[in-house]
Write a protein that binds this ligand. Sequence first.
Ligand code: GLN
Length: 294
Amino acid sequence: MLLCCMKTIKDVLLSFKNNLQNLYSYNEALAIAMLVLEDLTGMQRSRLKAFEQDELSGEILEKIYPILEELKTGKPVQYILGTAEFYGLTFLVNPATLIPRPETEELVEWILASKKSKVQETISVLDIGTGTGCIAVSLKKHLNNAWLSAIDISEQALNTARKNANLNQVDVSFIQGDILNIKQDHELSGNQFDVIVSNPPYVTGTDKVLMHSNVLNFEPHAALFVTDDEPLLFYKAIVRFALNSLKIGGELYFEINEAFGKEMVDLLTNNYFKDIELKKDLTGRDRMIKAVKF
Ligand code: GLN
């Protein structure tokens, strides 16, 4: 029996490493084991490390075994535990929602850096393709006076996003809608937003072949993929929509595919946006772009 001899925290960490080595690097397996142990024991990572030799109770060991089995199928740990951390907050996640990514935290950070001095102003912000609601909820958490709206095509994702707003005790107005087919006279149109932000699907067929199986087999394809012949499909629709719904001087923020920085600059320039800024993520890849409506 796999876990017959697992007793200490250290044994569990080693077992995760050995059982997941076909799927994850040593450091990834360790990080996953830590997330599971934090969740089951309620202990923080630093404490778990300091008390590596401590024995785990039979009750906890019984729960770890099925989790490890699920992990071996490639299922992301966040879907197994049902939660993910984003910008210091906890978000519910499920297969209807993309798991929030660290690069998206950098996008939130960028918006907050530009808006925090105006924390007392009542600004109006829209997040397009909100998924878990991670962008909208974390922005609202830090911009008390802002009005936050968020749209998504998936009702299932919106249900999760609503729960996440409640969980983190913020008000966000969630609206179901398809940004590719949004009407000119939609309730979200009409020069009302100071900020529009989006992390739309941007992974192309070419990128797809390089993707880790746990993303490919478990995360919602509608939130990830575009075809090779229309890689900017969502960006074009959102830029069109933003021309109609941002205030003059309003800001548009996108997370982008690292391969399309130049094309994004061109798209925004051709649509008369100004002050266009392309920004790299912590790994040095073109990952975000910001522009101001003229
Ligand atoms: N950054 C995500 C990934 O590489 C993609 C997010 C998206 O398509 N918006 O998995």
